[in-house]
Design a protein around this ligand. Structure first.
Ligand code: GDP
Ligand code: MG
Length: 195
C-alpha cells in the first residue's frame, strides 16, 4: 500500500486511538479461569522483568513489540472481570478495543460456549466495524482434559469470521505468536484502508 504524507482522508473516523503511532488497545475477554491474566502477564514479561513494559494499572499492560520489522505498541487490557453492578466496565471494554482476544479453555466446554456468546455480543456492539478478533483456545498443554477439539475451535472461528489459535500460557506455547497475530490482523485492516 502507498503511504503518502498527503493522505489524511481517513482521519475523520476517530474510533481507534491510533493516529499513526501504531498504538493499539487489545482487550482480553472470556470466562473466569481460562487463563486471560496468565496470558497478559506473559505478554507483559512479568516473569522476565522486561524493561520495555509498563504496567499502567493493576491489569493493563503496555509494551512495544517488533513484528515483521515494524514496531507496534500494544495496550493489553485484562479488565474484563472487574465486575461492577451495571456491567459498565464490560460495556466499556466492548467499545474501546482496537482488537479482541476471546479466550476459552480447551478443558472447559462451557467456556467455549461463553466465547461464542461474547463474539455475538461484540458483533452487536460494533456492528459496522471490521474489528480484528482472535479466538484463543488456551491450556493446550492439558491434553488429557481436553473437552474442545482443535477442529471445533477452528470451525467456530470460521463461523464467527475471526482468527483462531491454541495456546498454552503454562508452557508458553504460541503466546508470542498470539500477540504477533493480533498486530498483523490490525495492520491488515489498516493497510487495506490506505490505498
Ligand atoms: P483468568 O481468570 O482468565 O484470568 O485465568 P488465570 O490467568 O487466572 O488462570 C486461571 C488458572 O489457570 C490459573 O491457575 C493458571 O495458572 C491456570 N492456567 C492458565 N493458563 C494455563 C495453561 O495454558 N495451562 C494450564 N495447565 N494452566 C493454565
Ligand atoms: Mg484474571
Amino acid at each position: 500500500p502507498y503511504r503518502g504524507s498527503w493522505s489524511s482522508e481517513s482521519s475523520d473516523s476517530v474510533i481507534s486511538i491510533d493516529s499513526g503511532n501504531n498504538l493499539y488497545r487489545v482487550v482480553l475477554m472470556g470466562e473466569t479461569g481460562v487463563g486471560k491474566s496468565t496470558l497478559a502477564s506473559i505478554f507483559a514479561g512479568v516473569q522476565d522483568n522486561l524493561e520495555n513494559c509498563d504496567i499502567l494499572g493493576e491489569d493493563t499492560y503496555e509494551r512495544t513489540v517488533t513484528v515483521d520489522g515494524e514496531s507496534a505498541t500494544l495496550i493489553v487490557m485484562d479488565t474484563w472481570e472487574n465486575k461492577d453492578e451495571d456491567n459498565w466496565i464490560q460495556d466499556h471494554c466492548m467499545q474501546i478495543g482496537d482488537a479482541y482476544l476471546i479466550v476459552y479453555s480447551i478443558t472447559d466446554r462451557a467456556s467455549f460456549e461463553k466465547a461464542s456468546e461474547l463474539r455475538i455480543q461484540l458483533r452487536r456492539r460494533r456492528q459496522a466495524e471490521d474489528i480484528p478478533i482472535i479466538l484463543v483456545g488456551n491450556k493446550s498443554d492439558l491434553v488429557r482434559c481436553r473437552e474442545v477439539s482443535v477442529a471445533e475451535g477452528r470451525a467456530c472461528a470460521v463461523v464467527f469470521d475471526c482468527k483462531f489459535i491454541e495456546t498454552s500460557a503454562a508452557v508458553q506455547h504460541n503466546v508470542q505468536e498470539l500477540f504477533e497475530g493480533i498486530v498483523r490482523q490490525v495492520r491488515l485492516r489498516r493497510d487495506s484502508k490506505e490505498v
